[in-house]
Design a protein around this ligand. Structure first.
Ligand SMILES: Cc1cc2nc3c(=O)[nH]c(=O)nc-3n(C[C@H](O)[C@H](O)[C@H](O)COP(=O)(O)OP(=O)(O)OC[C@H]3O[C@@H](n4cnc5c(N)ncnc54)[C@H](O)[C@@H]3O)c2cc1C
Length: 536
């Protein structure tokens, strides 16, 4: 107790690091009324990421890769909220509001930071807008639905270029997750194509881009080249020494300048710092919070960090511990033991663990594995991969469900149901490269655009005439409103002059604002009048 108050232990993040800290603390201190353990996470479940690529093909039930945190940590108070702010001076954390509109302030005596990292999309133009990240369940679901949509459209598309782009799938990043996603996607697409009249399997192209000289740099040369050969054999186009330089809705643009026509780009590129952590005064290294051997943040007693967001050195090798689940969960257990030791007045224990092994699935009942120095590839490695992950997935119910899914998957064809769960967002972001047409005269007016960065020119083409420039627009300016308000086809063509980032507002969203928000109604009415006068 501190001044009659229970001692407050606050855990931020419900991935392997946070949940295993909470589980271990719950076992050690959960029944002690003098201690209060709280966990804040965006979702009320833990994602078992190693099985996430299987969600793409539907070979594992969507809900079977996630485990409810409440069931894993029954003695812990859970807030399913967004964490908005960490204040190390006041020892508080602010979360997003619950059902009312008030933010919640949580106070702590011990803070365990386990927020993971973020997929670094913002650094490459267009990636944020057009690439699929692959880290959480929502990402895997969104990708699965998008891929099925691409097959649906390709089956009825007559333009050969559009068809080619719909049937080309690009995965950036040749580490474990990139390789597993490419392999799983490739298998699924080739099996699923049998259900789509008119799509031949030889039209499907999965491209794996890897910046380095070989895929799976975490593995030995021989295992990596086995995996490479397997992927080539399955017709995956593996491109080494190739980095992504940009993306639009229609192209993946490579550093070499080559453009791959595609509507599906998945990015598993290396991770960046979590923005909440990057905003703090503590020391960061390679986007991770620097901790000492006890996993305590230097200069901040009572603040601990674990998992992908923690930069801790392996005392034996002098190298940082890699960002893997096997490290995150053990660090969580170590921090729980150290907090309990601190409360007892005992000395903390240094974290010590070396990677047990690495495994990667290659699809079609094949995998590569390097476990405690034993190297395996092919079917045997695949059996080991499945066996190990079945034992690792927490909870007997999930083990049973996943085993049943795997059994049925051997017997049944792939499921090609496309779930349209979310209403398309009213506001979205898009990126265009110079010269790219945003829309053409005569197109249907479906979106209004506001320029965030870059420049466009507005052109009137007329029948058989050369294009006549009407205007150039830059940041903060709008275009595309006339067709939506007038419910008419586009009366001009708009082309990007510089790399362009825009916010788009769909017809329904725009019409609601235009009809009900008076200043906006006035603004757009004046704008349309002004522009009609210019264009004649
Ligand atoms: C596809 C894939 C396959 C993988 N395969 C393997 C494997 O086979 N073996 C292995 O060891 N590792 C594997 N990994 C890596 C492993 O999953 C990670 O190292 C591990 O999940 C890290 O755990 P963590 O708790 O540090 O972070 P995370 O799992 O990222 O957890 C962070 C949590 O914090 C939450 N959060 C973040 N910001 C906020 C916020 N502002 N508000 C509220 N909540 C927030 C997130 O929602 C998340 O739940 C794989 C990863 C991926 C993506």
């Amino acid at each position: 107790m501190v001044d009659g108050q229970p001692l407050r232990i606050l855990i931020l993040g419900g991935g392997f690091g946070g949940v295993y800290t909470a589980m271990a603390l719950g076992r050690r201190l959960g029944r002690d009324p003098r201690v209060e353990i709280t966990l804040v996470n965006r979702d009320n479940y833990l994602v078992f990421q190693p099985l996430l690529p299987e969600v793409i093909a539907g070979s594992i039930g969507i809900l079977h890769t996630i485990i409810p945190i409440r069931r894993l940590c029954p003695r812990v108070r859970l807030y399913t909220r967004e964490i908005e702010e960490i204040d190390l001076l006041r020892q508080t954390v602010i979360t997003s509001p619950g059902v009312d509109h008030q933010a919640t302030t949580l106070h702590y005596d011990h803070l365990v930071v386990a927020l993971g990292n973020t997929t670094r999309l913002g650094e490459v133009p267009g990636l944020q807008e057009h690439a699929f990240p692959f880290k959480y369940l929502g990402d895997a679901l969104a990708l699965r639905n998008h891929v099925l949509h691409a097959l649906e459209e390709a089956a009825v598309e007559t333009d050969p270029d559009v068809r080619q782009s719909l049937l080309t799938f690009v995965v950036a990043g040749g580490g474990f997750s990139g390789v597993e996603v490419a392999a799983e996607l490739n298998d699924f697409l080739r099996k699923a194509a049998a259900n789509y009249q008119g799509i031949r399997t030889d039209e499907i192209r999965v491209v794996l881009l890897q910046g380095g000289a070989r895929i799976l740099p975490e593995l030995s040369d021989s295992l990596a080249s086995f995996a490479h050969e397997k992927l080539l054999h399955r017709k995956v186009d593996v491109r080494l020494g190739t980095r992504i330089a940009g993306a639009t809705a229609e192209f993946a643009i490579l550093k070499s300048g080559e453009k791959i026509r595609t509507r599906t780009l998945v990015s598993t590129v290396p991770m960046g710092a979590h923005p909440l952590l990057a905003a703090q005064s503590w020391k960061m290294e390679k986007g991770r919070v620097v901790v000492d051997e006890f996993l305590q943040v230097a200069g901040h007693p009572g603040v601990w960090a674990v998992g992908d967001c923690a930069y801790s050195l392996n005392a034996a090798t002098g190298q940082p511990h890699p960002p893997t689940a096997q490290h995150a969960l053990r660090q969580g257990q170590c921090v729980a033991a150290n907090i309990a030791a601190t409360l007892r007045g005992s000395p903390p224990t240094a974290f010590s663990f070396s990677t047990l092994g690495q495994m990667g699935a290659l699809g079609a009942h094949s995998a590569v594995a390097d476990v405690m120095g034993v190297k395996l590839s092919g079917f045997l490695a695949w059996l080991l991969w499945r066996g190990i992950y079945l034992t690792k997935i927490p909870g007997i119910d999930r083990k049973l469900r996943v085993s049943m899914d795997w059994l049925l998957d051997l017997l049944l064809p792939p499921d090609i149901v496309q779930l349209k769960t979310a209403r398309p967002a009213g506001i979205d972001r898009q990126h265009f490269e110079p010269g790219q047409i945003i829309f053409s005269e005569g197109d249907v007016g479906d979106l209004v655009y506001t320029i965030v960065k870059g420049e466009v020119e507005v052109l009137r083409e007329g029948l058989g005439e050369t294009a006549r420039p009407l205007a150039q627009l830059g940041p903060g300016q709008w275009f595309g409103e006339t067709a939506l308000v007038g419910r008419a086809p586009r009366n001009a063509t708009v082309r990007a002059l510089k790399p362009l980032d825009v916010l788009t507002l769909d017809r329904e969203g725009f019409n609601s604002l235009f009809t009900h928000v008076r200043p906006l109604h006035q603004f757009f009415s004046d704008l349309i009048r002004e522009r009609s006068a210019i264009s004649g």
